[in-house]
Design a binder for this molecule. Structure first.
Ligand code: GLV
Ligand code: GLV
Length: 337
């Protein structure tokens, strides 16, 4: 019989159909997060899974999924996967890098511009019927063009954000665990600085860090205090990178001018102090949500699963596998062909 693939949320039927010649497809019809208990039931007899980035796969999940051989994550960030536990069990895992870089970079700019120019607050005010006519000194925001944009975490999304700055004649500073190759720095017009300089000199600071234990609350009260009082902060990475209580205080006290968050530490719960503020733009984790890119992400997840089981153009070589070591381990018949 065919191996079984479980798909945790509905997506593009024409893309799902590419699995059907090779797999028994069990696809959820409701787009929502599955709890650990639900995962245990759904994965009990699954050979492969395509999951959302809020579904946590850890050692306990794996222990209850004896047939599981491959997990494709619908997202680039994979802090929901315990890669060590997956690798130890010989289970491959993939994410969706690169196909979303430009779409996420567009959205980082959308949030930066919206926060700096107060788009959300002005719209709420207009819709509430407060507008009495054009005001010369009303709704003054901060410019983005010609200013210094800081990028903390400089992978390929950060580079795509940086490249957009040239049309705005903005200067780009970045900080990253490791410095980029000088040719890439030149290509995206970004200058490497230490974190303290990045915080002190950025007019607009965008966070693009992966979420790891070390990066939890990488931006807290001390970092916010080191920023310019006119600065805006944008987080499109993971919620836990920013200390939300500290951010709410900083925005209320004018420590920084504005912020925009697409991700939250306890999402979908939002820190209640953030909801009280007008100088913050809040969006529901949608940075990669363009029609084209979500299709590309779904297709890449499907390509990985097909390849892991020996099918399709990448047979045997899942194109964006995170733990390729599981493929090299010939002692285990990992992926039935
Ligand atoms: C979205 O948050 C992603 O990691 O792709
Ligand atoms: C603004 O509406 C202007 O005409 O300057």
């Amino acid at each position: 019989s065919k191996p079984k693939v479980w798909i945790s949320r509905p997506f593009f039927p024409d893309i799902v159909d590419r699995l059907r010649p090779y797999f028994e497809v069990c696809a959820e019809t409701e787009d929502r997060k599955h709890s650990a208990d639900e995962l245990a039931v759904c994965l009990a007899d699954a050979d492969a899974a395509i999951i959302g980035l809020v579904e946590r796969i850890d050692a306990a999940t794996i222990a209850g999924a004896p047939r599981l051989r491959f997990v494709a994550n619908l997202g680039v960030g994979h802090n929901n996967l315990d890669l060590d536990a997956l690798s130890a069990a010989g289970i491959g895992a993939s994410n969706t890098p690169d196909v979303l870089n430009e779409t996420v970079a567009d959205y980082a700019w959308a949030l930066m511009l919206a926060a700096a120019r107060r788009v959300g607050a002005a719209e709420r005010w207009l819709r509430a019927g407060h507008w009495q006519g054009f005001r010369f000194e009303g709704w003054l925001g901060a410019d983005v063009h010609g200013k210094t944009i800081g990028i903390l975490g400089m992978g390929r999304i950060g580079q795509a954000i940086a490249r957009r700055a040239s049309g705005f004649r903005s200067k780009v500073l970045y900080h990253n665990r490791s410095r980029l190759d000088p040719r890439i720095e030149h290509d995206c017009g970004a200058t490497y600085v230490d974190k303290a300089t990045l915080l002190a000199e950025s007019d607009h600071l965008i966070l693009v860090l992966p979420f790891t234990a070390q990066n939890r609350h990488a931006i807290g009260a001390a970092e916010l205090a080191a920023m310019k009082p006119t600065a805006t902060l944008v987080n499109i990475a993971r919620g836990g990178i920013v200390d939300e209580a500290a951010l709410a205080r900083a925005l209320a006290d004018g420590v920084i001018a504005a912020a925009a968050l697409d991700v939250f530490e306890g999402e979908p719960a939002i820190h209640p102090d953030l909801l009280k503020l007008e100088n913050i733009v809040l969006s529901p984790h949608i940075a990669s949500a363009s029609r084209d890119t979500r299709r590309d992400m779904a297709a890449l997840a499907v390509d990985n699963v097909l390849a892991a089981f020996g099918h399709g153009p990448h047979a045997g070589r899942p194109p964006t596998i995170l733990n390729p070591g599981v493929l090299a381990d010939a002692s285990r018949p990992v992926f039935p062909n």
